[in-house]
Design a binder for this molecule. Structure first.
Ligand code: 13P
Length: 241
């Protein structure tokens, strides 16, 4: 059975205090949430410890937004697997398009980070997706295929979540048609050794489109940016029908 995973990616939003305020507002909305779904909050490093402590015993899992492939060393500004697991982190976003675009992440470094996450018992959420230019040039399938092939070399597909995030749909309000997201996610699945991997859609997911997205047969969850910052809206997404 493929697991449903709804994850918020807060990106560079929320101080520790703001994160705890968010939780207080979110939790009352999740008392009736079905336990068929995993809820994850991928927060900035500085909020992970406080979130973990407050979520102890709850169904919500804590996620980070990056991990370095070495266990330690002279890598200013990076974070290791042990530093994350010590804080109770269970998931980690790897290869987000913003990391690829602004911080020089390549398929090679994404692959190293994925393997490091798994070595430390973390479940990586691998992000893949095409730019608008690539889509318009008819290259979507080739781009996604290449990312999946190169990013997953030597990666255990039993401990993995993938997020299909078309870059042109991120933060633009321009959601990918749910049937098209379903089609691309089906293509990704056909390339996997383990077809049971949970594959999320990400890109302008909102309370008013989540039901339609989750009704698609290939889509196993969502990776939510902007709409995960507001507790009521995020709760509505988690409680999709
Ligand atoms: P938005 O939901 O703000 O479009 O962001 C999507 C995203 O990048 C999640 O990782």
């Amino acid at each position: 059975m493929r697991k449903i995973v709804i994850a918020g990616n807060w990106k560079m939003h929320k101080t520790q205090a703001e994160s705890l305020e968010f939780l207080q507002a979110l939790l009352p909305h999740l008392t009736e949430t079905s336990d068929d779904r995993e809820v994850v909050l991928c927060a900035p490093f500085t909020a992970l410890s406080a979130l973990s402590k407050s979520l102890h015993g709850s169904l919500i899992r804590v996620g980070a937004q990056n991990i370095h492939w070495e266990d330690q060393g002279a890598y200013t500004g990076e974070i290791s697997g042990a530093m994350l697991t010590e804080l109770g982190v269970r998931y980690v976003v790897v290869g987000h398009s913003e990391r690829r675009q602004y911080f020089g992440e390549t398929d090679e470094t994404v692959n190293l980070r994925l393997k490091a996450a798994q070595k430390h018992g973390l479940i990586p959420i691998l992000c893949v997706g095409e730019t608008k230019q690539q889509r318009d040039a008819g290259e979507t399938e080739a781009v996604i295929s290449r990312q999946i092939e190169q990013d997953l070399v030597g990666v255990d597909q039993q401990q993995l979540v993938i997020a299909y995030e078309p870059i042109w749909a991120i933060g633009t309000g321009d959601t990918c048609e749910s049937s098209e997201a379903n089609r691309v996610i089906g293509l990704i699945r056909s390339q996997l050794k383990n077809p049971q991997v949970s594959i999320q859609y990400g890109g302008s997911v909102k309370p008013d489109n989540i039901d339609e997205i989750m009704a698609q047969p290939e889509i196993d969850g969502a990776l939510v940016g902007g709409a995960s910052l507001q507790p009521e809206g995020f709760a509505r997404i988690v409680n999709f029908q």
